[in-house]
Design a protein around this ligand. Structure first.
Ligand code: S3P
Length: 435
């Protein structure tokens, strides 16, 4: 591990374009692999997590190659994925693991899943439970974790499953298993989560039924399904844009345009909360890209005030809390967050990691079981310091990089390497925006 210092820097200006959406990139490769024929993807995120998905799909028979700036996927079709020759290495990626476990569950495949130290601590019981009900067999490590061995069942059994946690990964795992399951597989979502799976499966010609029943979302597919190959344009990742939106909001003199930001209503909570805090965000040239709403964001520095964040918005910005905590740390007044237990089982325990990191660089934080209470500095730059521990978590690393950028003396993070999992050119864009 090599530590990295993010020193105090001036305003962010000009135009930047963030890389493709991670969630959409994973799904575009997986659905391309399940279609018979060639799909073309433009704007794919070439981060380590997405490349782990590509490698696993190759091991199961898909041909995935780069063609100029695009990627092409020659799929093998639903029901005909091949038995991989070795363990599927998921690196740091929970999305790859959980969604691919869904795919394997309804194929006659026996395989093991392995991952790095962070991924090996994360709970897999949430997907093992429904996929076992569909007939798959699992031998996990203690606590329902990786490394694990699983045995798919072909034909699997269709189920109706109400999500016990608000998780798009669990929803998607069950729906992906349903693609090769005869009969109707239904997922009931008490709280809506990101809907990229539903949207994109429709683009691949699958009849995805979605209805509202008693305030819940009921999503059904009837398998086995045929996927028709298609061309996909991946919009920019709002989770990546969020780091720059916060940076431009808190560094005096900033006026930055972030191009091509996906604004799917199940993902745009961070921009709404920043707006409530007083951030200046303009939405320019609103349009649709790849079936998703997109705009360019113009973000100008503005004094922020502390807010009480409605826990109901959490699923719409679940990955953006670490950087929201950075914004709150320099706001005027107190920000209260709650209902965030899920943050404790991400790439790291993000409540503990951000509380420790921000406190170390001079912020005033109280950690509660389900959230952080942050007493803002009133616009004064945090002193800085470090090194802070990033726990192999890309979003802790980038959040603390932004904290360093806006600090008095800079922030040192123990390792910048995790950033490559989701945002390989983060440092370069941060330099571009400040030069
Ligand atoms: C994702 C869902 C979310 C999110 C993750 C990506 C997805 O996880 O945190 O970064 O692509 O479906 P959960 O489903 O565990 O909330």
């Amino acid at each position: 591990m090599t530590s990295h210092r993010f020193s105090a820097q001036g305003p962010l200006t000009g135009r930047i374009r963030v890389p493709g959406d991670k969630s959409i990139s994973h799904r575009s490769l997986m659905f391309g692999a399940l279609a018979v024929g060639r799909s073309r993807i433009s704007g794919l995120l070439e981060g380590e997590d997405v490349l782990a998905t590509a490698a696993a799909l190759r091991a199961m028979g898909a041909v995935i190659e780069k063609d100029g700036d695009d990627w092409i996927v020659d799929g093998v079709g639903v029901g005909t994925l091949l038995q991989p020759g070795q363990a599927l290495d998921m690196g740091n990626s929970g999305t790859s693991t959980r969604l691919l476990m869904g795919l394997v569950a309804s194929h006659g495949i026996t395989t093991s899943f392995v991952g790095d130290e962070s991924l090996s601590k994360r709970p897999m019981g949430r997907v093992i439970d429904p996929l076992s009900m569909m007939g798959a067999g699992f031998t996990p490590s203690p606590g329902g974790r990786l490394p694990l061995m699983m045995e798919g069942m072909q034909p699997a059994v269709p189920i109706t499953y109400r999500l016990p946690v608000a998780s798009a990964q669990v929803k998607s795992a069950v729906l992906l298993a349903g693609l090769n399951t005869p009969g109707t597989t239904t997922v009931i979502e008490p709280v809506p989560t990101r809907d990229h799976t539903e949207r994109m499966l429709r683009g691949f010609g699958v009849d995805v039924q979605v209805e509202e029943r008693d305030g819940e979302r009921v999503i059904s597919i009837t398998g086995p399904c045929d996927l028709t190959p298609c061309d996909i344009t991946v919009p920019g990742d709002p989770s990546s844009a969020a780091f720059f939106a916060v940076a431009a909001s808190i560094v005096p003199g900033s006026d930055l345009i972030i191009e091509n930001v996906g604004l799917n209503p199940t993902r745009n909570g961070i921009f709404e909360v920043l707006g409530q805090m007083g951030a200046s965000i303009e939405y320019l040239d609103a349009r649709e890209v790849g079936g998703e709403p997109v705009a360019d964001l113009r973000v100008r520095h503005a004094p922020l005030k502390g807010v009480e964040v409605d826990p109901a918005i959490a699923p719409r910005m679940i990955d953006e809390f670490p950087v929201l905590f950075v914004a709150a740390a320099v706001a005027d007044g107190t920000t209260v967050t709650s209902g965030l237990e899920e943050l404790r089982v991400k790439e790291s325990d993000r409540l503990a990691a951000m509380a420790a990191s921000l406190s170390l660089v001079g912020a005033d934080i109280e950690e509660r079981e389900d959230g952080l209470v942050i007493h803002g500095s009133g616009g004064t730059a945090l002193p800085g310091g470090g090194p802070v521990a990033t726990h192999l978590d890309h979003r802790i690393a980038m959040s603390m990089a932004i904290a360093g950028h806006a600090s008095r003396d800079g922030v040192e993070i123990d390792s910048a390497e995790p950033i490559a999992t989701s945002f390989p050119n983060f440092n370069e864009l941060l330099k571009d925006a400040t030069s």
